[in-house]
Design a protein around this ligand. Structure first.
Ligand code: FE
Length: 278
């Protein structure tokens, strides 16, 4: 295997979102073209309820998918189609906003740790106005395997070493792995050369092609036609997510929680939302 190198390292930015939730934004609008089809990645991690208790009251989305991975904590989801679900320790919610959804994401705990990631995945132009859809996966529903090196891999989406993930999506073909590396271990994952890929470390540090990647940093992996995967190494225990997908190469027009292809479609999204048509 010829392994991908790190093209650049991005440090997370501290931001406040929802009704006052403190998060680290790793993938910002500045990387949307480079990391097409991914639009945003937030990491939340706190033991202090003040950082998360306000939650995310009712808000809309149109034109993309959200993937919420709850590593620790409990969050309740409700939407205007009458769906409700509890996302907790190790579980995932995969939501396709399509033509429009209004939902809330509120913590269902008053103390203790809350930790996880929310990833935004773009929809192809042809599917942006599809019917909304979502599914909750409990931790036990997420395929997991351990390599001979002792690396535990949770396959949230896509395929890893012949294991199918909890979710498979056409067109963007997302891969989403949560990788737990013990001391002195190494993990290899095949990646199609044309797919954009990144790694975020959330415990300890790892090395990729000889370059260190520390906690709360995101490595954008170089796309080289002769590289067929990535090798992640850890000298002491570390945890990281690896995300990859096929770029859409379509125009991106974003206004907050609406991501479409043109400004006219954004104006229509705001109008439809204000008119209660979501
Ligand atoms: Fe949301």
């Amino acid at each position: 295997m010829s392994a991908r190198t790190i093209e650049s390292i991005v440090a997370g930015q501290q931001v406040t979102d929802g009704a006052g939730v403190r998060i680290t934004r790793l993938l910002t609008q500045a990387q949307q073209r480079r990391l097409d089809p991914f639009l945003m990645l937030d990491n939340f991690r706190s033991d202090d309820p003040k950082d998360y208790i306000a939650g995310f009251p009712d808000h809309p989305h149109r034109g993309f998918e959200t993937v919420t991975y709850m590593i620790a904590g409990r969050m309740r989801h409700r939407d205007n189609a009458g769906h409700e679900g509890l996302l907790e320790n190790g579980g995932i919610q995969w939501m396709v906003a399509g033509r429009g959804i209004v939902h809330s994401e509120m913590p269902e705990q008053e103390d203790g740790a809350m930790e996880g990631f929310q990833l935004w995945l773009n929809l192809p132009a042809a599917n942006k106005m599809a019917d909304p859809w979502y599914r909750d996966f409990q931790s036990a529903d997420i395929p997991e395997y351990t390599t001979p090196d002792g690396v535990t891999v949770r396959v949230i989406a896509g395929e890893s070493q012949l294991r199918q993930g909890a979710v498979t999506r056409e067109v963007t073909e997302p891969l989403y792995l949560d990788i737990h590396l013990p001391a002195s271990s190494r993990f290899e994952q095949a990646l199609p050369p044309g797919h954009n890929a990144f790694v975020v470390v959330y415990r300890g540090e790892v090395a990729i092609a000889g370059r260190k990647l520390r906690e709360r940093q995101m490595a954008i992996l170089a796309n080289a036609t002769d590289a067929d995967g990535v090798i992640i190494e850890a000298s002491s225990g570390a945890k990281a997510i690896l995300v990859a997908g096929r770029p859409l190469n379509e125009p991106i027009a974003q206004h907050g929680p609406f991501v479409m292809n043109t400004q006219e479609q954004i104006v229509a999204a705001v109008r439809d939302y204000q008119a209660g048509r979501f």
